[in-house]
Design a protein around this ligand. Sequence first.
Ligand code: GLN
Length: 541
Amino acid sequence: MSHKYIFVVGGVMSGVGKGTVTAALGRVLISKGFKVTAIKIDPYINVDAGTMNPVEHGEVFVTVDGDETDQDIGNYERFLDANILSVNYMTTGRVYQSVIQRERNLEYEGKTVQVVPHVPNEVIDRIERAAHHAEADFVLIEVGGTVGEYENILFLEAARLMRMKYPDQVRSILVSYMPVPAAVGEMKTKPTQQAVRMMMGAGLTPDFVVARSALHIDKPRIEKLAMFSNVHADHVIGSPDVDSIYKVPLLFEEQKFGEKILWSFGVEPRQKTGLSKWKQMVGRIENAKSEVKIGVVGKYFSTGDFTLSDAYLSVIEAIKHASWAQGKKPKLVWLNSEEYEKSPSKLKELSQMDGIVIPGGFGSRGVEGKISAIRYCREKKIPYLGLCYGMQCAVIEFARNVAKLKDANTTEINEKTQHPVIHLLPGQEELVKDKSYGGTLRLGAYECKLAAGTVARKAYGNALIEERHRHRYEFNNEYRARLQKAGLVVSGVNPDQDLVEIIELKNHPFFVGVQFHPEFQSRPMNPHPLFVGFVKAAMRK
Ligand code: GLN
């Protein structure tokens, strides 16, 4: 079968869950026997998400092949249960960068290089490359932002050109928001009608409209929307708010969204819908009643008056997956590490948690608070899982308070520390000096060898694992022997670089720090073993 392309664009406003719709539809198509991949297009100029503040943009998701992408790629991985590679992610900056590079390389053979068609053609090229690479039957392409924005117009132009190129192989879906104003009490379709007009202005007609709303769209509104939007009433799909995003594929299946897509391409399903494993997983979510209380200590929580947790999306999902698999309902508590610096007596709140996670981070703000929290977990035997910075801080804490290396630190915080137990990775010094920050961290999957008899080895059940990374600093091997002598267990090491990847403590219910980001590999149907080990320990507390 030739590749089929489905563009997913947004209407009315952003943040309504286009990524979830895309990912959930992907799962439905997989369940009918097809190979599916998903692409994310982000309209900003940044070449990747690596240089963006997570409070503004959400989590930076890292692919196996070391790209720093939008968090939606993580959603695709979790729903499709597959690794998504760098070819599946593009930004305006990235697209322009390669057009300009090609021009410099005389690849346009002396032609005037123009915004149209050369930029949309580059977009199409990339989409086709991703389709080919994944050998996908269906390629879902989510265009960031909403129709009518100046920023994503070139991507909509690519969709239009692609439809001209392959009329039978391209469809588009408008995911649009339907407000239910409190004063009116009725779902309003007008903003979506306008979004459809704008989409038409860009030369695209939606084949389907997904109605995102607090409520399920009813028949009169479906008919109204269909009439004003040139779509068949059967092609208006309701997507009301649900308590877990993992229910969305089931919601789509009830409305035969998958079949309707297939019919629109003239394709027959290859198998009877295979969502039973997915349903079982959703069943576990619903049946989990008793709570396990996990505190997440971090700093990327608030912007203005709002508290956001998107910065730690994959960490949250990984905790959820592991908890559900144990029949537990995770209760996440956000703990701001800066508070512990101002008032150390607040640390006591940690003992009300069943377990503590400290996720990745950068810079000095709140770091001493994290180190104090780790000390509290170590001394009071509260299960602790440290991810990346959370591992580095655990090493610092151990060095200072157990190995008695006063003033031990990472050179990220204090370049002149007497005991740089965490220091720059080889080769990073020059990069930092040149301000060469973009895409230059140690990124992507690397191997890690696990030591026998350790908590990590037991959790993984394997001696050799691969995990994803995103860091500029590392454990300083000059301190390895000294810290080990003081009782620190080095349970995982990268065999090629002899880089310490996992540390843990003995005589503690669970105290593990990892230099990598296991959260990126956790899937709802396949929770990550370290998170499972951690949650089990938390349940025992
Ligand atoms: N700031 C640390 C480093 O660069 C940790 C990074 C992280 O937590 N992702 O090594």
